[in-house]
Design a protein around this ligand. Structure first.
Ligand code: 6GU
Length: 247
């Protein structure tokens, strides 16, 4: 997969050299290129922002550097591929595991990182009509406001990269985790069996795999009901079994 990131703080993406994403890159499964938006300005101050039409607080990113940046970046992608343009913004649709899975199946993601009060709305409108772009997705991490899109790119690229075939050592860890079955994860334990007066639940050491699976599902249901009742309401009743109803 190819990933291009355009913004005014390309150094913000340094963590993508580390850990799982870093390994995906060195092994050739992921190609990430960070671009400095100011490379497509033409004034001595390398200006990327201006005051908002209609008034109000803050500054808005000017469309011209974005137009030139997208022209250049879109000319350099994988042969034959179209790009998904992802614009991180608190006004976007929620970024979910489902969206991460759909991104992991694409050949090319281009991120446009805004700062200030956002990017002139004509940039997304123009991009959506370009042949090199298959769709423009405005995506939000949640209901809070970050200073810019860069941290969201770190989150989204990590969530997507670990889904790419060959990136995780043990692909089974993808099937049991939070948000794949609509429930949060059950608690996990390792050795020692007793630590600071706290014991590992006896059932996990029993070797009874049927009872262990039942216990884990009960724990996941309880935890989800306690902290994310919205996820319980969203469950398909057909995925609940009779023993779940006792929980
Ligand atoms: Cl994706 N961007 C910004 N700037 N703030 C956010 C966000 C994204 N998601 C939540 N807050």
């Amino acid at each position: 997969m190819r990933v291009d990131v355009i913004g005014i703080f390309p150094e913000y993406l340094a963590p993508l050299d580390l850990s799982i994403v870093g390994r995906a890159r060195t092994s050739g499964l992921l190609d990430v290129v960070a671009h400095d938006l100011r490379d497509w300005t033409h004034d001595v101050h390398r200006t990327v922002d201006d005051t908002p039409y209609g008034g109000g607080a803050g500054m808005v990113m000017k469309p011209e550097p974005w137009g030139e940046a997208l022209d250049a970046v879109l000319a350099g992608g994988p042969p034959g591929a179209r790009a998904r343009l992802v614009v991180p913004t608190p006004g976007g649709r929620p970024f979910t595991q489902e969206l991460a899975e759909s991104y992991a199946a694409l050949p090319w993601l281009v991120f446009a990182c805004g700062r200030y009060e956002g990017i002139d709305a004509r940039v997304a409108a123009h991009a959506a009509a370009r042949a090199e772009i298959d769709a423009v997705d405005e995506v939000s991490l949640g209901d809070y406001v970050l200073a810019g899109g860069e941290v969201a790119v770190l989150v989204i690229v990590e969530a997507v990269a670990r889904l790419l075939p060959g990136v995780l050592g043990n692909p089974a860890s993808l099937t049991e985790e939070s948000h794949t079955g609509g429930l949060l994860e059950y608690p996990v334990f390792t050795k020692p069996p007793a630590w600071r007066g706290l014991d590992v639940p006896e059932i996990l050491r029993s070797g009874d795999h049927g009872r262990i699976a039942r216990w884990r599902r009960d724990q996941a249901l309880r935890r989800t009901a306690a902290v994310r009742p919205d996820l319980i309401r969203a469950l398909d009743p057909a995925t609940l079994d009779r023993t779940d109803l006792a929980t």
